[in-house]
Design a protein around this ligand. Sequence first.
Ligand code: BDP
Length: 706
Amino acid sequence: EDGLNGWLRYAPLPENLRPSTTKLPSLIVALNTTETSNTPVSVAAKELQAGIQGILGTQLEIATEATNTSIVVGTIAAYSDKYRELNASLLEKDGYWLVKKGAKVRILGQNERGALYGAFEYLSRLARGDFSDVDIVSNPDAPIRWTNEWDNLDGSIERGYAGPSIFFRNGGIVKDLTRVAQYARLLASLGLNGIVVNNVNAKPEMLTEINIDGLGRIADTIRPYGLQLGISLNFASPQLLGGLSTFDPLDSQVVAWWTEKTNKLYKRVPDLAGYLIKASSEGQPGPLTYNRTLADGANLFAKAVEPHGGIVMFRAFVYNHHADWNDWKFDRANAAVEFFKHLDGQFHDNVVVQIKYGPIDFQVREPASPLFANIPNTNMAIELQITQEYLGHQDHLVYIPPLWKEILDFDMRVDSKPSLVRDIVAGRRYKKKLGGYAGVVNVGTNTTWMGSHLALSNLYAYGRLAWNPTQDSKALLEDWTKLTFGHDRSVLDTITKISMESWPAYENYTGNLGIQTLTDILYTHFGPNPASQDGNGWGQWTRADGETIGMDRTVKNGTGNAGQYPPELAAKYENIETTPEELLLWFHHVNYTTRLSTGKTVIQHFYDAHYAGAATAQTFVTEWESLRGKIDTERFEHMLFRLKFQAGHSLVWRDAVNGFYRNLSGIPDELGRVWNHKYRIEAESMQLTGYVPVKVTPSETGSNFT
Ligand code: BDP
């Protein structure tokens, strides 16, 4: 078990979960296909055949004549049945109607893609031992359900932790796209429908003739899985690649250059989903260089793709990383609203503003981005991060969906009316046609896809939530666990337990009370470095000194960020008494001795929470060890190694962060704990050849503070 098939292993179902054979279908009928087709419906038929063979050990033929014991898969338009009209009227784009009565199964999509999604749903039920009759219509909550890969043309991956790219190598597109097809299969099984294949920090060379053809090969590979290709663009390409003297979005030569490039792309990839743009952000070129607005920048591309039915995802992640840290009124968390609010209504209909879930950057705890409440006349999508950039790089187990759910279920109270983030991004709240989900995934060539077997539950749940965000994150985890590790009750219970405990534990040992992940911010985004957060434009700013800590984001005394939320929320966050404690230091600057609702001081809470979080991480190892012999050796050992690493690293985190604040505040731990673990081998006592000792910053990060 190397993880390559993810949750689509189709492992044989244990005897006690099998139904009596008489109730099983005996044939598969694929509508709208021929023997040579390579379309979502033909993929669905082959998948059904392979799945049933794997799960039940029965070989079903693919036939043309439907019977009462056959599975029929295809579009609803190609099927005749007395209930067809009723169900066809309930289906929305990409949706499916799945009906199973005994051995008769009908899987009918609104389009071919829907039929494929329905087939995967049926197979998932079988693999989980669910043979009950059903009659359901399932439609996606939002039209955009994409992944964003941050892969570079040279084969490296920004914030990727699972080996080199499956898409690119040495400046071009890889020859053998087998892994791309396997990835597309995994994504299709969740109902995802688009992949932006290259890094948001894009290289202009992506658009050379030869690479356009390579992108075409990727699009050809993922199309049978119902997935469309998207491309990140470098805003300065007309200059850097085209040799023009400018990349001003209003310059007619620039417009002509993009139009021609776009037409070329669509010639090779007629169903190209569209473009993703990171502009005027973190040193990337953009319209602000020419004093044009971000809307001017977005609309340039919108016009180019519009005749082809394409869309433009324009990222809201724009902020000034040269900001003056001494300016107490400046706040990076204000940036998105400051840059975008006044542009509301100026974006073309095929532009979608893609908003990270929180106002800063994928931290372990952030409030929902206030931008969701500020641009009602603009299409919006939420950007989530499956790759664990700030959450332990897949070397730590962190099951993230409970965090995403808090944001998706959060009520922004726009105009004092229910305004859940998930209703905003689905387009429902403001009656917009476009909207949805972008998930930063960054899979690599490692057979585990993400570098850790357990990390795949995040990808699985992301896709399922993009289809239906009302689902419960624990239930999704249980589905994934059964599909990935089988039906043993203790395996299910243990994986569920440690995964559900993992986000709170990680928050506890890396940065709590809304202070965010206190990680190294300037380089790796891995491991503790609370000092690096302050004093530079990239940091998230804790404003910690000898007596006080936290960002004052109130309107009255602080950066005014609380005032970017609709009035009900603004009032709540403005007042320290009504601010949820998990966001206390996000919105307020307080003394270390300020008391929390528990009666503890802020600093004592820090000490205790770091101990509690690290203590929980220790239990992951013993919990996992209890599964020895119940999971195949390969995956068991792989995870044991990682969970042991996490257990150790959580102690490093605990001691570094606690030590840092104890030294800064001069306030000792009431419980008198000393943070030198008795089993730790100090670097100073080791003898290693080929290594050179270096000083670490801050010193608390090192063992023995050196
Ligand atoms: C930051 C990442 C950086 C990305 C950037 C982005 O560190 O690698 O390029 O976000 O999302 O979190 O554009």
